[in-house]
Design a protein around this ligand. Structure first.
Ligand code: ADP
Ligand code: ZN
Ligand code: ZN
Length: 724
């Protein structure tokens, strides 16, 4: 037998399969050690064949099979092939995506605990030991009483030598059990709800169908309950499930709902796990002990078999698109796996992406709606406050009178409030009023953010820290201006105005392990209180006492100049507002803006998704933006400005050839410095193009960008979420 092997070496140029002589137990999907260019390297068997094209005398045998059960299951290998075809990935990169490093490189291993117990009756044991070996007698007496004991503990209590010699004599026996490092499980007992008629209908429509559904339901309409019921029914049929959420570590509530509903069957996969935890969670899935996978984007590659349903919750969320190599769209992979298993894929959201909603309208997805909150609870009333008006009336603070009044009322009613501000730190920039000097990062072309708590300036792109300024390094003036406010400053201001506990949730306060969970737990227990946070607070939280939500500065996301900014702002406002009044319908929202008449806010205020969609889709159609076109960006970066420019030039020339070939189908093509010209010492250039959607053009762009250039990295993105 011959094995076709992909070798795992960092040199990108090699993505060929090499033939080796298989060992007797070599199987497809196994990790193996093979000789390659004078070294021994890791490889993956992707096929076994009876014959080989290569001259037999030149073939070398596999050195070693690294496992007896292949780590790459057949379905996952198919997923890899799909990734290669759809996203132009190399097979070796696809494999790196689907096998976590801790498993692929054996960076973690199984851990065991060992126990000892008596295997003879106590009298026989005492006779065998004899009266003089006091310590051994004590061990035996102890075990006779306890039944079983941890080996290490026992050695500590008595002595290792007596325990070991008892084992040698065959009087006691040592056994090993696998010890699983599981991420902290939250085991609240959560009541199961009886589904409403609407929810039952949704379940009935979706279940066991080999189709993709868009489940559009307002915040608090009971979507999660629908997912859980469908998952439960799938489990009862002996099947498995994958449920993706944008950032599971941010939503401990989701974890406890799942653990309570499916005890011992849930595995979680997200970036907050230690390598050991990830290894064990992955293994629980691999061996079939865990049958529900709950996780972030990459959990779509979980090695579950016989899937009964896949759910992508908050399907519009940008985290489902990978922003680094290797690129992939989670929706596409999910669709592939759902069709592979003939099971439903559910895309759930209160604010579907324009793209997905269009697909539902076009009949590509089946639309299922939950238009009302559970128990008909009212959606919170959104008031739009014109900040220019405030300014004209002499209120120069970033807090409108209405906002303060609502906070007062909320606190007087012993309720909780959430304030949303999409900027962390204290002030967004530091500027000298005299000479115009602006503090910038040495390594990135961006302004530094002032963090008052640490009294430091920080770069939000690379994390580098700088001393805070008391005077201008350029002209020594002390007339320093601080930029727009961030979470720290809001907390500081609120503490002066309100005498209630104030919590902050942003990247700075949640960096420690389980940081989110602790902040959210404290917030949940403290009434009245205020939670200030970045978009982290927008997602999925369900706290019944939250009566008021303040959106301090929605315009930030509105004026992020890319074609998705309207869509993103609509989603954000709806999501954040959805945190209010979930239990009693007593929720209200104040949204502060300088553009009160903007249609995004008008539609958001009335929870009019359909109205917003119609307006937005017409705009996209007339301006020829996605989904009526495809935007593709080739990003070239290098620590050498010259090299980055050179390679951009090469790629641009090739892109020009495509433009000539495709003529008017390519609507736009330009090369330019990226919006952020330098990040982490790397200079960045981009080639931006827009064309009539067409797989062939996309593939051609992938293909021309598929070159290896020394010291330069090239990244191709489609319809990027975040152009920087
Ligand atoms: P969504 O995922 O759409 O935001 P959830 O599933 O989280 O909605 O439901 C919102 C709230 O309503 C939760 O507190 C949930 O426990 C409750 N809930 C959901 N379905 C029902 C039901 N059928 N009966 C009573 N309460 C329900
Ligand atoms: Zn100055
Ligand atoms: Zn930086």
């Amino acid at each position: 037998m011959y094995a076709k092997v992909i070798v795992d070496i960092s040199n990108d140029a090699v993505d060929r399969v090499f033939d080796y002589i298989a060992l007797p137990d070599t199987k497809v999907g196994m990790r193996v050690k093979v000789p390659f260019a004078g070294r021994v390297v890791l490889g993956y068997v992707v096929a076994l064949t009876e014959t080989s094209e290569v001259d037999n005398s030149k073939l070398k045998p596999i050195i070693k099979n690294l496992e007896s059960v292949p780590k790459l299951k057949p379905e996952i290998l198919e997923v890899c092939r799909f990734l290669c075809g759809r996203f132009f990935l190399r097979l070796s990169d696809a494999i790196k995506l689907v096998l976590p490093a801790c498993v692929r490189l054996d960076r973690a291993s199984e851990q065991y605990s060992s126990f000892v117990r008596l295997i003879l009756d106590i009298d026989t044991a005492i006779n065998l030991i004899g009266k003089r070996a006091k310590s051994q007698l004590s061990v035996v007496a102890f075990l006779s009483e306890q039944g079983e004991a941890d080996y290490t503990r026992l050695c500590e209590m008595f002595s290792r030598s007596s325990v070991n010699s008892l084992i040698e004599k065959g009087i006691i026996e040592r056994t090993y059990t696998r010890r699983m490092r599981s991420p902290e499980k939250i085991n609240a007992k959560i009541e199961r709800n009886v589904l409403t008629k609407m929810q039952q209908n949704a379940v009935g429509t979706i279940e066991n169908q080999d189709k993709t559904f868009l489940l559009k339901g307002v915040t608090g309409s009971g979507k999660t309950e629908v997912y859980m019921t469908i998952i439960e029914n799938a489990l009862n049929q002996g099947k498995t499930a994958i449920m993706l959420v944008p950032e599971i570590s941010l939503t401990p509530q989701m974890m406890s709902r799942f653990n309570s509903r499916f005890p011992n069957l849930v595995a979680v996969l997200h970036s907050g796990l230690s390598e050991g935890e990830r290894y064990d969670e992955w293994d629980r899935i691999f061996t079939g002990q865990a049958r529900v996978v709950l996780g972030a984007r990459s959990a779509i590659f979980a090695p579950v078999e016989n899937l009964g349903v896949i759910v992508i919750d908050e399907e519009h969320d940008s985290s489902y698109v990978s922003e680094t190599n290797p690129r992939y769209f989670t929706h596409d992979v999910a669709e592939f796996r759902a069709r592979f298993n003939h099971c439903p894929l559910i895309l759930g959201s209160a604010t579907p992406s324009i793209d997905s909603f269009k697909k539902a309208k076009d009949g590509i997805y089946t639309l299922v709606e939950l238009p009302e909150r559970i128990n008909n609870i009212a959606m919170p009333k959104i008031e739009i406050v014109d900040m220019l008006g405030e300014l004209m009336e002499g209120n120069t603070s970033p807090y409108s009178k209405r906002l303060i009044a609502k906070l007062d009322e909320c606190i007087a009613n012993k309720k909780q409030a959430i304030l949303f501000i999409n900027r962390r730190g204290f002030a967004s920039f530091v500027l000298c009023r005299e000479c115009g000097y602006r503090a910038k990062c040495d390594d990135c072309e961006v302004s530094l953010v002032y963090h008052k708590e640490d009294n430091e300036l920080k770069c939000h792109f690379c994390g580098k820290r700088y001393r805070a300024l008391t005077n201008c390094p350029n002209c020594h003036s002390t007339n320093i201006k601080y930029g727009a406010l961030g979470t720290e400053r809001v907390c500081e201001d609120l503490r002066k105005m309100f005498n209630v506990p104030i919590f902050r949730m942003d990247n700075d306060t949640t960096r420690v392990k389980n940081g989110h969970k602790h902040i959210l737990e404290q917030f949940a227990e403290t009434t009245p209180s205020i939670l200030v946070g970045t978009q982290m607070i927008a997602k999925g939280h369900d706290y019944p006492n939250v009566a008021f939500v303040g959106i301090l500065d929605a315009d930030v996301s509105l004026y992020n100049s890319d074609y998705k900014s309207n869509e993103r702002t609509f989603q954000l406002v709806t999501q954040v507002s959805g945190r209010a009044g979930r239990k009693n319908g007593d929720g209200s929202v104040v949204l502060q803006t300088y553009a009160p008449k903007h249609y995004v806010y008008r539609f958001a205020k009335n929870y009019d998704y359909n109205g917003f969609y119609e307006k937005e889709i017409n705009l996209r159609a007339t301006t020829k933006f996605p989904p009526f076109s495809t935007i593709l960006r080739i990003l070239v970066s290098s620590t050498s400005d010259t090299r980055a420019k050179e390679v951009t030039k090469i790629l641009y020339d090739r892109a020009q050839e495509l433009k000539e070939r495709y003529g008017n189908d390519i609507l736009f093509l330009q090369a330019m410095p990226a919006p952020v010209k330098r990040i982490q010492t790397k200079y960045r250039y981009q080639i931006l193009t827009r064309y009539t959607p067409c797989d062939k053009i996309t593939n051609d762009f992938f293909s021309i960008s598929d070159i290896i250039e020394k010291d330069v990295s090239i990244f191709v993105e489609i319809n990027p979420n975040n152009l920087r």
